[in-house]
Design a binder for this molecule. Structure first.
Ligand SMILES: *Cc1c(COP(=O)(O)O)cnc(C)c1O
Length: 467
């Protein structure tokens, strides 16, 4: 009882706290130029002890040249910085928070769970519950293993694919992000060797990326040609992709592209791995594979299945998954894998998402922003496009359609920086890079969505060709 009372008291304090902040007033004046002295002090202190003051680089806001948001607390669709400035949040912890911040249901379940201990290093019933919940919704997953981050999930899935096929090459696509393991951090080579990747980070031996082929996204014929090239085809263990890319901004694969990958991998005996760390439980209960109606051999999940805690997973065909230790010869392990607190948060998150009508309501919230903005783009003939799948979307500035990384690179970076600042000034926090997806959560309120829509329309009217 005391636990429940504490959570609700916390919750109500926050609600009343937010009311006093009054989002609309914060929107007046120039917030980015308005000093954020406390945030600045904390960030300066962080920079002395943590490289760049951040534990993940994009948080440093380098693309938009400003002091990063230093969060104090958040609730529902609002994040509040250390100076008490409130922002409507469209980053949502990079898509993890599909039910918004501090969802009372998740908080309560997690709090109760924590009283039973936070980690045991032995197996637990809650892992069984979340595994079954996921398997029920994602039919291609027959068995699953939990890990703590998306990076671990993709890294482990690739090792498993290599072990199961006894082959070494993997194919990935330019602009798709699969975490920071050595073999994924590649950039396109040049000349004849353009598909042979070179490392995109220092600290990676050339040997670690020599089995990674890096191909253009959505290029049906080019990729088909490479996959059927006998020099490689017998050595390719897996093709891994974001079926709806979220890490170059939202760029869906074409149906033909996905179908070609399914057909060609099958033909050459390679596995198809969907990295659904973003799209899993985001674009629908069955993820992008349900959206396209295509069954991959392995799937990587993360973000939403942790409900705001560190949890991720990879899963798929039973015969492949059983190659993992202790049953099989492919080693993989983790001290905090299947952590009961993270499992509880993930279970509540997935269960709430599986209520009837959940994704339809979410899409309607997203449509409130995307549709009117797209109308204006069309009417006023603006060089921009708002690409959307369900509740994930990106406004690309300076490009009318983005199908791959080359298109995404053709956007107007300087314009995006101005746009980010404009939104920030209006108390709206979007991901601080053109190459990221924005996320709507079930906690976004109509007034906040309308405010956001209006802020975007106001910005676009200043850059439209007929103004
Ligand atoms: C976020 C992300 C990852 C990496 O997950 P982490 O938990 O950050 O390691 C991998 N793949 C995709 C598609 C992602 O969006």
């Amino acid at each position: 009882m005391i636990v429940v009372y504490d959570i609700w008291k916390f919750w109500f304090d926050r609600i009343f706290g937010i009311d006093r902040l009054s989002l609309s007033d914060k929107g007046k004046g120039n917030m980015s130029e308005r000093a954020r002295p406390k945030s600045q002090r904390i960030y300066d202190s962080l920079c002395e002890v943590i490289p760049g003051g951040v534990n993940s680089p994009v948080r440093a806001c380098r693309d938009v040249h400003q002091l990063p948001l230093v969060a104090d607390y958040a609730m529902q669709d609002v994040i509040v910085d250390c100076d008490g400035c409130a922002y409507i949040d469209f980053c949502g912890s990079w898509g993890a928070l599909i039910h918004g911040h501090a969802n009372p249901h998740i908080l309560q379940a997690v709090h109760k769970r924590m009283l039973k201990g936070t980690s045991y290093g032995v197996t637990t019933p809650i892992e069984d519950e979340l595994a079954r919940e996921i398997i029920r919704h994602v039919p291609s997953i027959e068995k699953i293993r939990f890990v703590s981050s998306g990076t671990e999930a993709t890294m482990s899935a690739v090792r498993l694919a290599r072990g199961a096929t006894q082959r070494d090459y993997i194919v990935k696509f330019v602009g798709n992000y699969h975490g920071h393991a050595d073999g994924f951090l590649v950039q396109a080579g040049s000349g004849v060797a353009q598909f042979i990747a070179t490392a995109s980070s220092q600290g990676i031996p050339p040997e670690s990326v020599k089995f990674t082929l890096n191909l253009p996204y959505n290029d049906v014929e080019g990729v088909r040609a490479l996959l059927s090239n006998s020099q490689y085809s017998k050595n390719i263990a897996a093709v891994i992709l974001e079926p709806i890319a979220g890490n170059m901004g939202v760029v869906p694969a074409s149906k033909d592209f996905i179908q070609m990958l399914r057909d060609e991998t099958k033909k050459i005996g390679a596995l198809l791995i969907f990295d659904e760390v973003i799209t899993g439980f985001r674009v629908g209960l069955g993820g992008a594979q349900e959206y396209y109606g295509v069954k991959p051999d392995l799937t990587c999940l993360g973000k939403i299945i942790g409900g705001g805690f560190p949890a991720a997973a990879f899963g798929g065909r039973r015969d492949i998954m059983d190659q993992l230790a202790p049953l099989g010869p492919v080693y993989q392990a983790g001290t905090l894998s299947g952590n009961p607190v993270a499992m509880e948060a993930g279970l509540q998150s997935v269960r709430m998402a599986s209520k009837p009508g959940f994704y339809k309501a979410l899409q309607q919230k997203a449509d409130m922003i995307v549709q009117p903005v797209n109308e204006m783009i069309k009417q006023k003939n603006i060089d921009a496009c708002f690409q959307q799948v369900g509740s994930m979307f990106t406004l690309f500035l300076g490009k009318r359609h983005v199908a791959n990384m080359a298109d995404a690179k053709g956007t107007d970076q300087e314009l995006f920086t101005r746009f980010f600042k404009h939104m920030f000034d209006h108390g709206i926090y979007i991901p601080p890079s053109q190459y990221e997806a924005w996320f709507v959560s079930s906690a976004h309120t109509t007034p906040h969505l309308e405010k956001t829509r209006d802020a975007i329309l106001a910005f676009l009217s200043t850059i439209s060709n007929d103004s």
